[in-house]
Design a protein around this ligand. Structure first.
Ligand code: DSN
Length: 390
């Protein structure tokens, strides 16, 4: 049966096939993941959990769950193998935001204090932005970045000692450097705070060993599954075993109803893929590509926040060019290059305009790009920017 929707899907497929995708949070999933998320599992309700999984939970609230029980158990077991961990895992969060909401609900009360990074400095909305539930439900203290844009760990320690937060959060959406999980964890222990890591952006690099792992250091770890992990859109929460019941209750019934079993199937396939040597090599290549592209911009005298990158993304500060992030994003779109405008530290413009753009290499690395392709793309972006009217 014809439907306008299929025409639109085909149009989007062609757009994805014909553009250069540099949005740092996007990626391209495998055909197997597409099959799983488009499967009959979407028909099944399964509120609750497989009864064997977290001690003390009450099982499912619907009949007919024997297959999805097996699926969800399989998915959880695989993700523990991927991260070599005995932490409890909940694979039901619909997104990174849902995972963060549930993580907070599991260990905090409304009004409790969170020490985190601000949106302008590279964090996510759910890390305490005043326009987000996180900023409305909790008292938020933001730690600073230094003049180059790196997290100022002495400032984290000083604020933690002074403010005595209930939870300290490390993680970001637009931060190009290694996060010092050891130091964060020491500071959290010293002041008696929970230590939470949102590894949404870097999770795939944790798998490949290109970023230190937060397991063993953080109490709670959240992630999305669709960025460097290259799975379907969704979220997950890991927690120390003693937090299992709190985490599960915070997800359901705390803030979600029925889990999306078709997405859990996609998450399980993503875990199977993450367990392969090819995935580890993919992570290495993402970082090599990012360093090469970032180096090309530095060679062309662009201002890169923090002066470089350790991971899959970097941030160009366009202030000196007189152009806004939005203008550059729109112009690159017209040339078939997709990325996003981004605030920079000490941003003077609104987030709608922004003074920077964020560039990521995870998606085009999936398409087989190597260092030379990214260097070529950097030169093309420079030519486009130079021709833009000021
Ligand atoms: N929106 C995502 C990003 O682009 O980083 C974060 O959730």
């Amino acid at each position: 049966m014809g439907s306008k929707v299929f025409d639109l899907i085909e149009k989007e497929r062609k757009r994805q096939d014909s553009t250069v995708e540099l949005i740092a949070s996007e990626n391209f999933v495998s055909e197997n993941i597409l099959r799983a998320v488009g499967s009959c599992l979407t028909n099944k309700y399964s509120e609750g959990y497989p009864v064997e999984r977290a001690s003390g939970n009450r099982g499912r609230y619907y009949g007919g769950c024997e297959v999805v029980n097996e699926l969800e158990e399989y998915c959880c077991d695989l993700w523990k193998q991927v991260f070599h961990t005995d932490y409890h895992v909940n694979v039901q969060p619909h997104s990174g935001s849902s995972a963060n909401l549930a993580a907070y609900l599991s260990v905090l009360k409304p009004g409790d204090k969170i020490l985190s990074m601000s949106l302008n400095n590279g964090a996510h909305l759910t890390h305490g932005s005043p326009v987000n539930f996180s900023g409305k439900l909790y008292q938020i203290i933001f730690y600073d970045v230094d003049a180059s844009g790196r997290i100022d760990m002495d400032n984290v320690a000083e604020l933690a000692r002074r403010e005595k937060p209930d939870l300290i959060l490390a993680g970001a959406s637009a931060y190009s450097r290694i996060l010092d999980f050891e130091r964060f964890s020491q500071i959290a222990r010293e002041v008696g705070a929970y230590f939470m890591v949102d590894m949404a952006h870097i999770a795939g690099l944790v798998v490949s060993g290109d970023h230190p792992s937060p397991f063993g250091l953080a109490d709670i770890i959240t992630t999305t599954t669709h960025k460097t992990l290259r799975g379907p859109r969704g979220g997950m929460i890991f927690g120390r075993p003693e937090l299992a019941k709190k985490i599960d209750s915070a997800v359901f019934p705390g803030c979600q109803g029925g889990p999306l079993q078709h997405i859990i199937a996609g998450k399980a396939i993503a875990a199977e893929e993450a367990l392969t040597p090819e995935f580890v090599e993919y992570g290495h290549q993402v970082v090599r590509n990012c360093k090469a592209m970032c180096g090309a911009f530095l060679d062309m005298d662009y201002h890169v926040i923090t002066g470089g990158t350790d991971n899959h993304l970097f941030l160009l500060d366009l202030t000196d060019t007189g152009l806004t992030g939005k203008a550059v994003q729109d112009e690159l779109d017209r040339h078939g290059i997709t990325l996003n405008k981004n605030c920079v530290p000490n941003e003077k413009r609104s987030p709608q305009l922004a003074s920077g753009v964020r560039v990521g290499t995870a998606a085009m690395t999936t398409k087989g790009w190597k260092e030379a392709d990214f260097i070529e793309a950097a030169k093309k972006i420079d030519r486009i920017i130079r021709q833009m009217p000021r």
